[in-house]
Ligand binder design. Structure first.
Ligand code: C5P
Length: 236
């Protein structure tokens, strides 16, 4: 088998087989996209920033009892991970109203959501990532009742760990999206946790420190991402 050919190519990451069964290689590319790929750019160094932040949070979560796919970094933008069968769900936790929830429901941007809410989308470009509920998830066989409970509990725990961490470095964790997968009958956190998949606001200024800067074209994305890396690493 040719391990140089990706087995999966996403919008910002490529996944490769490795010589080790059960281990995959994830390369964080420098590509950035928004609006389902309608806006696209390549920003040299961006892959490295997201890979480093993801690795940092996977390690932090593992230390706090969350099973993740993270094994080790091979280089600054290449992560070795456990092979999972991915569950086609985007699980989103929200602490503050922003983005799509403000468009769909009568929340005001910036409104505190406490206790946090978890919403779930079906991950499918073909279907436009529609919202999905527990009954549909069960009917489609994506998770069992027990699996649903586990994903919810893990997501709330991850939210608490990340939110507390960010608070300590002067950042509000507004919301984030995570994805899970299975190996055997165990559920692991997969994918990534990065500035592409979280909304982060500077506590002092309220400024965005995440992909919204790119989506809305409000500033220099690379320097914003670099700033987040610096804050996280300086805290280490
Ligand atoms: O767009 P929306 O407000 O629903 O996004 C909620 C959170 O999930 C944001 O942090 C966003 O960056 C993330 N997200 C993502 N990938 C998607 C959809 C949302 O990382 N496909």
């Amino acid at each position: 088998m040719d391990n140089n050919q990706p087995i999966y190519t996403g919008k910002a990451k490529s996944v490769f087989r490795t010589p080790v069964p059960g281990e995959l290689k994830v390369v964080f590319r420098d590509d950035i996209t928004a609006f389902n790929g309608e806006k696209k750019d390549t920003l040299a160094g961006k892959g490295q920033y997201n890979a480093r932040v993801s690795a940092f949070f996977f390690e932090l979560l593992e230390k706090n009892g969350i099973p993740t796919h993270f094994i080790r970094m091979e280089d600054d933008k290449t992560m070795i991970v456990r092979e999972l069968t991915m569950i086609p769900l985007e699980v989103i936790a929200r602490n503050v109203a922003a983005g799509s929830i403000v468009k769909k429901f009568p929340f005001k941007k910036g409104q505190l959501i406490d206790p946090p809410v978890i919403v779930t989308d079906y991950k499918s470009d073909e279907h436009g990532d529609p919202s999905i509920n527990d009954d549909l998830i069960l009917a489609l066989g994506f998770l069992t009742t027990e699996g649903l409970r586990e994903v919810r509990e893990m997501t709330l725990k991850i939210n608490k760990i990340l939110k507390d961490f960010f608070l300590n470095v002067g950042i509000t964790l507004v919301d984030f999206k995570i994805e899970f997968g299975c190996s055997g009958d165990k559920i692991y956190l997969g994918d990534e946790i990065s500035m592409d998949s979280m909304r982060l606001w500077d506590i002092q200024t309220g400024e965005s420190m995440d992909k919204d800067v790119y989506r809305l074209g409000t500033g220099d994305v690379l320097s914003v991402y670099g700033n987040v890396v610096e804050k996280i690493i300086s805290k280490k």
